[in-house]
Design a protein around this ligand. Structure first.
Ligand SMILES: [Zn+2]
Length: 276
């Protein structure tokens, strides 16, 4: 069985393809996908998907990109959503300095977003981590260009006993021991197979196998063409198909020099620890 530790099946871009995606995921033997809500308005969509598709594990969070657009009731709504969905997790949450310092102003993904400054992102992140700790729910964490502040928040905030996931980990290898000590698991997606991501693959090789997960992050971050087994028809051919998780496992097993069944067993145990 394959497990997708992080995707966004609720993304409107995937809506026209949901039946085909469900069939393809059944065909490859997808056991579970952690589907991450990112803002108050998409949380009900995650719930609807979890009711319809048994492979969907719902997760709810306010993403750092969406922190500036939150309503005053956001944290109450998050609590109520978790109450209504026992077994759900928390995410996607985190910190992002890239949208503040490096994003191009005309990036279409940022249209309509009120970008929250780092102190506001930290406040929103801390509130959600605290909630995850109170309920001992896994937290799925996004971090871009903010690994110092991330470590600082993790060291000074209650954390869930079962651990937390640093999704699409792009931080330095030198910080791995500190994150591991705090209970981190790490997930990697198909975009890390691009030739330009040699440094990330080197970090991937250093992750202890019992703290390792794989993800698609679909519809974002498609694997490079050589590793892409599934695509959508035009005009959606640039989207990442959730069933690419199978080829992602194969490529990462080869990178670690282990057999696919061993990698599957390790990822299954890690998914269970975080999300069961
Ligand atoms: Zn994500």
């Amino acid at each position: 069985m394959f497990f997708d530790a992080h995707n966004h099946l609720q993304d409107p871009a995937l809506a026209p393809h949901l039946d085909e995606i469900a069939a393809a995921c059944a065909e490859i033997g997808l056991g579970r996908a952690v589907v991450n809500g990112t803002c108050e308005t998409d949380w009900p969509d995650v719930t609807a998907l979890a009711r319809r598709h048994p492979f969907v594990h719902p997760s709810y969070g306010l993403h750092p990109w969406d922190a500036g657009n939150r309503t005053p009731a956001w944290l109450d709504t998050l609590r109520a959503t978790l109450d209504a969905n026992p077994g759900a997790s928390i995410g996607e949450i985190g910190l992002d300095r890239w949208i503040l310092d490096s994003a191009r102003p005309d990036d279409p993904r940022l249209t309509g977003l009120r970008r929250a400054p780092l102190p506001t992102q930290i406040e929103v992140f801390r509130a959600q981590l605290t909630l995850a700790a109170e309920r001992n729910l896994a937290a799925s964490i996004h971090c871009l260009d903010a690994f110092g502040p991330l470590l600082n928040v993790l060291e000074t905030t209650p954390l869930p006993k079962r651990g937390f996931l640093l999704h699409a980990y792009g931080g330095p290898a030198e910080m791995l021991p500190q994150f591991l000590r705090l209970g981190a698991y790490f997930s990697f997606n198909g975009s890390f197979l691009c030739p330009r991501h040699a440094r990330r693959r080197e970090v991937f090789r250093q992750i202890p196998l019992d703290r390792l997960l794989l993800e698609t992050d679909a519809p974002a971050t498609p694997p490079p063409p050589a590793h892409r087994s599934r695509t959508f028809a035009a005009p959606d051919e640039k989207l990442n198909h959730p069933a690419n998780i199978a080829v992602i496992y194969e490529a990462f097993a080869a990178l670690r020099g282990i057999q696919l069944p061993e990698l599957k067993a390790m990822c299954k145990a890690a998914i269970s620890q975080l999300f069961d």
